[in-house]
Design a protein around this ligand. Structure first.
Ligand SMILES: *Cc1c(COP(=O)(O)O)cnc(C)c1O
Length: 286
């Protein structure tokens, strides 16, 4: 939006909750038909750390000559077919916000393919200063610098990255075993061995007809026990600010928004904490 682009939204698919490759191609064809133009970029996101179907998305993007920019903010450490998320697109964004896999308190990183690109990105991120002894500008830049203090924290965090990924996966495995025999409750899993999510967050869906309670009943019961949980991300095409944006969908993301819940998943949770969360859910489901 800052660059004057117009977003076109593509619905999720049920198995990864990420961009549906079939709807992506439909959207590309329909935009071409209606506007005579191809999208300038495809921006898939790896929600909650689960890799998008990158093979199919990159294949479609390649066929139409459209660059892929990965939003890998939640997917540091995740792999698709043995390769790290954030290395498939032309560019990828990582977040080091306080709630992400590792943190610099705020900020992130851009993954790119060459020194040249990295230099260009740094140029624009640091106020587009020309190579001159005085301050000279031939381009409009941004003030997106990371402070040296935050960067120092990030360098320290690199040492605990693997530990944090392992802990998030262990939390997911424990939730999975504690919730597995509760009717109507499903924990999102890697759909096949191609996928290796970092399980940044462990998320469940609630089938109210089977569980006898809704996602919202569970969220409120957890809240009453002083446990914070959240509905899944609100689909972008439902955000008021994007009410006018074109959308190619079949209802999947809206349905997930209705029935999905993110459970507490931070690396400082103890196994006892997780048993307590699972206990509240078990107590509510008939
Ligand atoms: C956190 C997040 C962002 C934003 O990252 P910031 O570092 O807060 O700017 C973008 N996309 C996704 C999917 C995220 O989870």
């Amino acid at each position: 939006m800052y660059q004057g682009a117009k977003p076109v939204f593509v619905d999720s698919e049920a198995s990864t909750w990420n961009m549906d490759p079939v709807l992506l191609e439909e959207a590309i064809k329909d935009r071409l038909r209606k506007t005579g133009k191809l999208p300038k970029a495809i921006i898939p996101v790896h929600l909650y750390g689960m890799p998008a179907r990158l093979d199919r998305i990159c294949e479609i993007a390649g066929r139409y000559g459209i660059p892929v920019l990965e939003d890998a903010a939640e997917a540091l450490g995740s792999e698709f077919k043995g390769r790290k998320c954030g290395t498939f697109g032309e560019l990828a964004a990582l977040s080091f916000n306080g709630n992400k896999m590792i943190t610099t308190s705020g900020g992130g990183a851009l993954v790119c393919r060459s020194e040249e690109e990295a230099g260009q990105v740094k140029f624009y991120a640091t106020q587009a200063r020309d190579a001159a002894p005085h301050y000279q500008h031939s381009h409009i830049g941004y003030n997106y610098r990371m402070s040296n203090i935050c960067a120092g924290i990030g360098r320290g965090q690199m040492f605990v990255l693997e530990e944090h990924v392992a802990r998030r996966r262990a939390i997911h495995a424990l939730y999975t075993s504690l919730l597995k025999d509760i009717p109507g409750i499903s924990v999102l899993q890697n759909p096949s061995s191609d996928f290796d999510s970092n399980f940044w967050l462990t998320c469940i869906t609630v089938d109210p007809l089977v569980a006898g309670c809704t996602r919202e009943n569970i969220r409120l019961a957890l809240d009453a026990d002083n446990i914070e949980s959240r509905p899944l991300w609100k689909p972008m095409h439902l955000q008021p600010v994007f009410a006018e944006a074109p959308f190619y969908g079949n209802g999947t993301s809206e349905h997930l928004f209705d029935i999905g819940l993110c459970l507490p998943s931070g690396p400082t949770l103890t196994d006892e904490d997780i048993r307590r969360v699972a206990g509240v859910i078990r107590g509510l489901v008939r």
